[in-house]
Design a protein around this ligand. Structure first.
Ligand code: NDP
Ligand code: HEM
Length: 493
């Protein structure tokens, strides 16, 4: 036993007894001077940090991104500089609505967050397993999320709130269609695609800008659970996706995704029939074909879940020269939300933690002090800027090319004149008979207990996309209602 390290307090002094508290006599009471006990209990009280306000339940792993096609004519980002180039990546997959202890095999959108540790700083692509989203204006995000979380009085999830919001927000229809399709309940994180979802931009050395969408196609194939299978999985294992990912990597079966981009020349955005910056729309492949650019492989499990995954802090605002944003309003809103969340959830210096700091670039800022500053910049007189003492200075070459924008400042109605139906209809028409049957049943199951007028309002949206969609759901609702227990019938929740 002598080779084992001696247990110490946080100050490094040896702990004489880690089995028994120090007491006055064998029966107690305990002595306040037993600071080892106090420290142990106090630390336990501080073991948790606030869970993410969304995407609280997640799994993560490290890996590599390898370039397979030279796209330096589109982007000057060094991570794309040459075939074979490899960049370290951290991935975190998640469900959206459930809390930190939620079961994995629940029908929900999956988060697909990536941190590329590039030599020009960290690039975070904080996407989902869906190419679109429920809203197209960030003003609606807190409202939307409220409908996914618990009702303030009952503390239960509310199907009424979900369908009320969706039926009053037709822009959600495309994402609703994906959620209730087979892809809404993947068997695990390895068996789904990832999407950057938003339109981003690329810019090259010549100062030309292109709009870009990112797609990560699973090489493991798509696998899904039906609702019944998902329920059976949860009865046995609430951590099915975490277990699947962790164990596959331990076995050496490294999951891979083929990485594609769609590219749109800058000025073409003014001519497409749809707004290419609308997060509820895809760019049809026939107009903007997928171009393969690389492979993502996950090949290393984190050594410590809390330190490396719970504290992982992804933000769409982390970009590198050669990659930029777009006018997408939801993306613009997200540029604020994430770092703000991290400062609250993890702390002021979240970005200096080993998992969050750049691994291939160095950091030089003038940010000062704050709670838990744990690095100590080498004694310098350059603690403000400009200075005469050799402190870091800006690099104009990192500035993206100017972006031409115009328009009067106003609250524009994002719902006016927008086609919310053609793209969901195109998806619906791709489903075969089996997919349609499961799709109708999944929607009907999720509508149980929702007041009739809300159901009818939503059915009208389905009908506008495709009458067969509304008819299928109506038939599934009747079938579900015939067999449903009374507490699930209309208006009772
Ligand atoms: P395509 O026929 O070229 O592409 C169809 C796409 O649908 C494929 O990317 C396929 O993914 C994906 N898909 C298949 N089943 C589902 C599902 N249940 N949920 C989500 N995606 C699914 O057609 P278009 O590009 O013209 O798009 C038609 C519709 O396909 C769109 O309205 C949209 O709903 C959906 N889609 C389109 C994407 C795009 O970027 N254009 C991306 C994803 C979906 P895979 O190849 O991995 O099987
Ligand atoms: C997590 C806000 C839309 C994907 C989060 C978090 C916040 C947030 C505050 C928690 C961050 C943390 O504590 O670390 C928002 C807002 C949105 C929005 C305000 C819209 C206005 C989206 C969209 C996507 C997305 C459109 C995908 C395309 C994710 C993912 C995570 C996340 C994947 C989890 C990241 C991780 O694994 O740590 N979001 N979000 N979000 N969001 Fe969003």
């Amino acid at each position: 036993m002598s080779h084992r390290p001696v247990l110490t307090t946080t100050a490094g002094s040896p702990v004489p007894d880690n089995q028994n508290s120090r007491s006055a006599g064998p029966r107690g009471p305990l002595l306040l001077e037993n600071y080892q006990l106090l420290e142990k209990l106090a630390h336990q009280n501080r073991e948790r940090i606030p869970e993410r306000v969304v995407h609280a339940k997640g799994s993560g792993a490290y890996g590599t991104f390898t370039v397979t096609r030279d796209i330096s004519r589109y982007s000057r980002a060094r991570l794309f500089s040459g075939i074979g180039k490899q960049t370290e990546v951290l991935a975190r997959f998640s469900t959206v609505a459930g809390e930190r202890g939620a079961a994995d095999a629940e029908r929900d959108v999956r988060g697909f967050a990536l941190k590329f540790y590039t030599e020009e700083g960290n690039w975070d692509l904080v996407g989902n397993n869906t190419p679109v989203f429920f809203i197209r204006d960030p003003m609606k995000f807190p409202d939307f999320i409220r409908t996914q979380k618990r009702h303030p009085r009952t503390n239960l999830r509310s199907a009424t709130a979900m369908w009320d919001f969706w039926s009053l927000s037709p822009e959600s229809l495309h994402q609703v269609a994906i959620l209730f399709s087979d892809r809404g309940l993947p068997q695990g994180h390895r068996f789904m695609n990832g999407y950057g979802s938003h339109t981003f931009s690329f810019w090259n050395d010549a100062g030309e800008r292109f709009w870009v969408k990112f797609h990560f196609k699973t090489q493991q194939g798509h696998r899904f659970w039906t609702n019944a299978e998902g329920n059976a999985v949860i009865a046995q294992d609430r951590e099915s996706a975490q277990r699947d990912l962790y164990e596959a990597i331990e076995r050496g079966e490294f999951p891979r995704w083929t990485v594609h981009v769609q590219i749109m020349p800058e000025l073409e955005a003014e001519t497409t029939s749809y707004n290419p910056f609308d997060l509820t729309k895809v760019w049809p492949h026939k107009d903007y074909p997928l171009m393969e650019v690389g492979v993502l492989e996950l090949n290393r499990n984190p050594a410590h879940y809390f330190a490396e995954i719970e504290q992982a802090s992804f933000s769409p605002s982390n970009i590198v020269p050669g990659i930029g944003f777009s006018p997408d309003k939801v993306l613009q809103g997200r540029l604020f939300a994430y770092a703000d969340a991290h400062r609250y959830r993890v702390g002021t210096h979240y970005e200096a933690l080993p998992v969050n700091r750049p691994h291939a670039a160095s950091v030089h800022t003038y940010h000062a002090d704050g709670a838990m500053r744990f690095d100590a910049p080498r004694g310098t007189d350059a603690y403000y800027e400009p200075n005469s003492f050799g402190g870091p200075v800006e690099d104009r070459s990192a500035a993206e090319p100017p972006l031409r924008i115009s328009g009067d400042a106003a609250w524009y109605d994002h719902r006016a004149g927008n086609d919310d139906y053609s793209q969901p209809a195109a998806l619906f028409r791709m489903f075969d008979a089996g997919q349609r049957a499961r799709f109708f049943a999944n929607i009907a199951a999720a509508m149980q207990g929702v007041p009739r007028e809300i159901v009818e309002r939503q059915l009208a949206h389905f009908a506008k996309a495709d009458p067969a969609w509304a008819e299928g759901v109506r038939a599934a609702l009747e079938a579900a209602s015939a067999g449903a227990p009374s507490y699930l019938k209309e208006g009772v929740e």
